[in-house]
Design a protein around this ligand. Structure first.
Ligand code: BES
Ligand code: MG
Ligand code: ZN
Length: 510
């Protein structure tokens, strides 16, 4: 799919499918006993001939412009016109724009339109044409993603040109910029969706690191990349990370990426992103039951999410220094796999009793966070599919955030709000910090079963943050896949969510 901006309106008029919008207006009569009346209002007819043709339609009277209600007719030059109902204009926000655009595009799947014109002012309920164009394009590019490499019959691609038409010439530079930046971000989102959806017999730790390296070399000029292999991870004394990798047929990898903006001053902030990259989670000796194990190829989703944000921020020339640390291994079982009751020593020197080998994410992340602290960032943010408890607490639609600095957490929450991505804070209380003290070692890797699992995981991670670095942890176990309520995400497979939030944070200075 190609997206073009049309300032003159000529391309829009020549498009084979034109999308216009209509809103519902309810008039409440003050007179006693009289009913309220609903009328349809189209704010922006692209040209008067379309308006006339619409008004001459027999079924126009029945069209109430309710959300998802569409009326279709043929225009003067034989083009198809869809007038799409958006419901109450005062309640229609940016996320509604994303949703309706995805539904419209899905409605065109299999059709032969070579160009589709979207009337941007018609969607501009948020009174910002550049942002309206941005969210339309965002939705289009996210919807345009399919993962069909293992299907012999491929799905129909959206191979049309999407024309975004707008009326105000003075806004065109701003809109062009918004579209170019949206393209960078959505391309990164679609790259990481491929990583997440890739199957675990192909995307093991060694292959995952290779694919990241290839992408960095091809697309991220100036970014430094260092990949630690098993011997180097041993040298780093990452005992927890190595204990998870012990049962694997593959070597672990720690990918270390660095980006610096062109202008660095003493005020330049340095942010570290850290991600859980478990390419498959069997649970290890604490084996998962079959039904819970399927889908665990997505257990590297946290690392893919932070890489997606890093990638977009680099392409968008973020004004901050960014370190990105991705810890990769599978959690498998063989004769060398770590047994429950084992005690290992973390990179920071703390001893950890492993009571459940399925609580492996915190083990690899603990060492990765300690390594990240040594890079001296001002802020750290980690993302991980850490706990099933997150789905119990917040469903699969909401990302959990926890951390050690309320201001930093608020900044991340604020960024999520700008992107209409759901994020909710959970607490870390001292009682839960006590709950991970071990009888035989400094720490144990689980707390009381069935109690505050997401926060216990975060309390464990907190043990590996040093020098009072401001840290926020995102549990993306729910949001990383299967977002069937969002039409611009595939109902099964990777969602690509949270990349937008993190990119916004980085590109806007933090
Ligand atoms: N990768 C899982 C968490 C998960 C579960 C992600 C479901 C997505 C969907 C994690 O490694 C795990 O197994 N956590 C355990 C922790 C427990 C043993 C303390 C869990 O949630 O059951
Ligand atoms: Mg696990
Ligand atoms: Zn896991």
């Amino acid at each position: 799919m190609q997206i073009k901006l049309d300032v003159t309106g000529d391309q829009f008029l020549a498009s084979e499918l034109k999308i216009l919008t209509a809103f519902q207006k309810t008039h409440i009569s003050k007179a006693k006993g009289s009913k309220s009346e609903t009328t349809v209002s189209v704010d922006h007819w692209y040209d008067d001939s379309l308006k006339e043709e619409f008004q001459n339609l027999k079924n126009a009277k029945n069209f109430k412009a309710a959300k998802d209600e569409t009326i279709s007719f043929t225009g003067a030059i034989g083009e198809t016109v869809w007038v799409v109902g958006l419901g109450d204009k005062t309640k229609f926000n940016a996320e509604d724009i994303r949703k309706v655009i995805a539904k419209i595009l899905k409605g065109t799947r299999g059709s032969k339109f070579e160009s589709i014109g979207i009337d941007v002012p018609g969607f501009n309920t948020i009174r910002d044409e550049a942002k309206t164009a941005r969210v339309i394009a965002e939705s289009a590019w996210m919807t345009d993603y399919t993962f069909d490499k293992y299907k012999t019959k491929k799905s129909e691609p959206y191979n049309f040109i999407l024309i975004l038409a707008h009326t105000e010439k003075k806004n065109s530079i701003k809109i062009e910029k918004a579209l170019a930046s949206t393209k960078n971000i959505c391309e990164s989102i679609n790259v990481i969706k491929d990583f997440i959806n890739e199957v675990p017999n192909v995307l093991h730790s060694e292959e995952y690191a290779r694919r990241i390296e290839a992408d960095v070399k091809k697309n991220l000029k100036g970014v430094k990349i260092k990949i630690l292999n098993k011997a180097q991870i041993q040298k780093e004394k990452m005992g927890m990370f190595l204990s998870v990798n012990a049962g694997s047929a593959y070597e672990p990898r720690l990918v270390h990426l660095t980006y610096e903006p062109t202008k660095v001053t003493s005020k330049t902030k340095h942010i570290a992103l850290v991600g859980k990259g478990i390419t498959f989670d069997t649970g290890g000796y604490s084996l998962k039951p079959g039904a819970s194990m399927a889908g665990m190829k997505n257990d590297m989703g946290g690392s893919a999410t932070v890489y997606g944000a890093f990638r977009s921020a680099v392409l968008e020339k973020a004004p901050v220094k960014i370190t990105c640390i991705l810890a990769m291994t599978d959690n498998a079982v063989n004769e060398n796999a770590t047994m429950p009751d084992a005690v290992v020593t973390a990179r920071n020197g703390k001893t950890v009793e492993i009571l459940n080998t399925d609580a492996e994410g915190r083990l690899i992340l603990g060492d990765a966070l300690d390594y990240a602290c040594d890079q001296n960032p001002h802020y750290i943010i980690d993302a991980a599919t850490l706990t099933g408890a997150c789905l119990v607490a917040l469903g699969n639609q909401v990302c959990a955030i926890l951390g050690n600095d309320q201001k930093w957490i608020n900044e991340v929450l604020g960024a999520a709000e700008t992107q209409n991505e759901y994020m909710w804070q959970l607490p870390i209380i001292n009682e839960w910090r006590q709950d991970i003290k071990s009888k035989v070692a400094d720490l144990k890797n689980i707390g009381t079963p069935m109690r505050a699992g997401t926060a216990i995981g975060a309390a464990f991670l907190e043990e590996f943050i040093k020098n009072d670095i401001k840290w926020a942890h995102l549990d993306v176990a729910g949001v990383v896949d299967s977002q069937s309520h969002l039409p611009y995400c595939s109902p099964h497979g990777a969602s690509g969510l949270i990349v937008r939030t993190l990119t916004h944070l980085l590109v806007n200075g933090k």
